[in-house]
Design a protein. Structure first.
Length: 162
C-alpha cells in the first residue's frame, strides 16, 4: 500500500512534470522550425539546458524520498536485520554528509555566478536562479537522507523495490 504523499513530493512531482512537458514543447518547436521553416528556435538549446538542470535536480529529492536509488544488496540475505539497519543508517548519514557538502559548494558557486551576473550567451538569461535551485535541491536531498537515518524503521522500509 502506498503512503500518503507529502507536500514536497507533490510539489516537486508537479514541477518536474511541467518542466518535462515544457522541454518537449521547446524541442518540438525547435525541430519543426528547423526542418519546416529553416528557422530554429532562437536560444532553444539554452532553454533546454536550463530546464534539464531543473528537471534533474528537482527529481533527486523525489528519488531519495521514495528510496528508489539503485541499491546493490549482495550481502542482505546473509545479515541479521539489526546489522542491516546499522549499515542502512551509516549509508544514509554518509549520503547526507556528502550531499550537504556538495550543496554548500554549489551554493557558493551560485553566489559567485550571481555576483558576476553570468548569463546564457544567446538569450542572456541569468544563470544564478538555476544554480540556486540546484543547491537548494541538493540540500533538501541531504535533509531527506538525514531524516531516513534518524527516523524509526517502519514496516514500509523494505529497501529496494522489485
Amino acid at each position: 500500500m502506498r503512503a500518503r504523499r507529502g507536500w514536497l513530493e507533490v510539489t516537486l512531482g508537479v514541477t518536474s512534470a511541467v518542466v518535462l512537458f515544457l522541454m518537449m514543447l521547446v524541442t518540438a518547436v525547435d525541430v519543426a522550425g528547423r526542418y519546416l521553416f529553416n528557422r530554429p528556435l532562437n536560444g532553444g538549446f539554452e532553454i533546454t539546458e536550463m530546464m534539464l538542470a531543473a528537471l534533474i535536480y528537482c527529481g533527486l529529492p523525489l528519488v531519495s524520498q521514495r528510496r528508489e536509488h539503485i541499491v546493490v544488496d549482495t550481502l542482505d540475505p546473509f545479515l541479521p536485520p539489526a546489522l542491516k539497519r546499522v549499515f542502512g543508517v551509516f549509508a544514509e548519514l554518509v549520503c547526507a554528509a556528502a550531499l550537504g557538502g556538495l550543496g554548500y559548494l554549489i551554493f557558493m558557486r551560485a553566489k559567485r555566478v550571481a555576483d558576476y551576473g553570468d548569463t546564457t550567451s544567446v538569450l542572456l538569461l541569468p544563470l544564478a536562479p538555476v544554480a540556486y535551485l540546484m543547491a537548494a535541491m541538493i540540500v533538501i536531498t541531504a535533509l531527506i537522507h538525514l531524516w531516513h537515518a534518524v527516523r524509526p524503521p517502519s514496516a514500509d522500509d523494505g529497501g529496494p523495490r522489485d
